[in-house]
Ligand binder design. Structure first.
Ligand code: NI
Length: 214
């Protein structure tokens, strides 16, 4: 297996698949996650090929985009097979992707290896800060959600089922997920990076509430 060629081909494939996405899960999101994950992987001494492949493929089968919340990853699985990736590496990549997503305030999503830890951190860092705010409203708009509803309180979801079926206003998502991510980072480098982004969201929410009278 020529790892360099596999990465280049995967990049091309994912780019074509995600270029037109308007939910905040577009190709630029994948690029940012890949770059941050590789940066963290160097610090953590994680396997760069596994990290890069998992980062590139991580949103291809996302339930938020495909509507399929089962644990199957048909597109990523087929692609790894087509690329001739060693079965043990393919399994590790698929395992990381399966356990990556946030599934509700009260639902733990532990990663079993350092490769998974850095990809999860990178994906979560991209969900907070200025880019996180932009992506949240893009996603809400794409799904037809209102921005805010006076009197509509955030919910602490106790199961993945409850979390994925929630249809609340976009602003509630900050309290139901985004403000919780800082304390869920796996690596200390990601924790440091999350701090500034978290503060920025708090400032944004303060200003938002003031302007709209929430
Ligand atoms: Ni993602």
């Amino acid at each position: 297996m020529n790892k360099k060629k596999v990465i280049a081909d995967t990049e091309q494939y994912v780019k074509e698949e995600m270029l037109a996405d308007a939910t905040g899960h577009d190709w630029q999101h994948v690029c940012r996650v890949r770059n941050t994950a590789l940066q963290l992987a160097c610090i953590e001494n994680a396997d760069l090929f596994v990290v890069e492949m998992a980062a590139l493929l991580h949103d291809l089968d996302d339930y938020k985009l495909t509507g399929d919340a089962s644990a199957h990853l048909p597109r990523a699985t087929r692609w790894l097979d087509r690329m001739g990736v060693d079965p043990s590496i393919a399994r590790q990549v698929l395992d990381i992707i399966t356990h990556l997503s946030f599934k509700g305030a009260d639902v733990a999503t532990p990663m079993s290896d350092k490769e998974g830890c850095v990809v999860q951190d990178a994906d979560r860092l991209d969900a907070i800060g200025a880019i996180g705010i932009a992506r949240t409203f893009a996603y809400g708009g794409a799904k037809g959600r209102t921005m805010y509803v006076p009197g509509d309180e955030p919910v602490q979801h106790k199961s993945f089922e409850e979390y994925k079926n929630s249809t609340g206003a976009t602003i509630n998502h900050f309290y139901e997920k985004l403000l919780l991510l800082k304390d869920r980072m796996n690596t200390s480098a990601a924790k440091d990076m999350a701090e500034k982004r978290h503060q920025f969201m708090l400032d944004f929410l303060r200003q938002f509430s003031e302007e709209v009278g929430l």
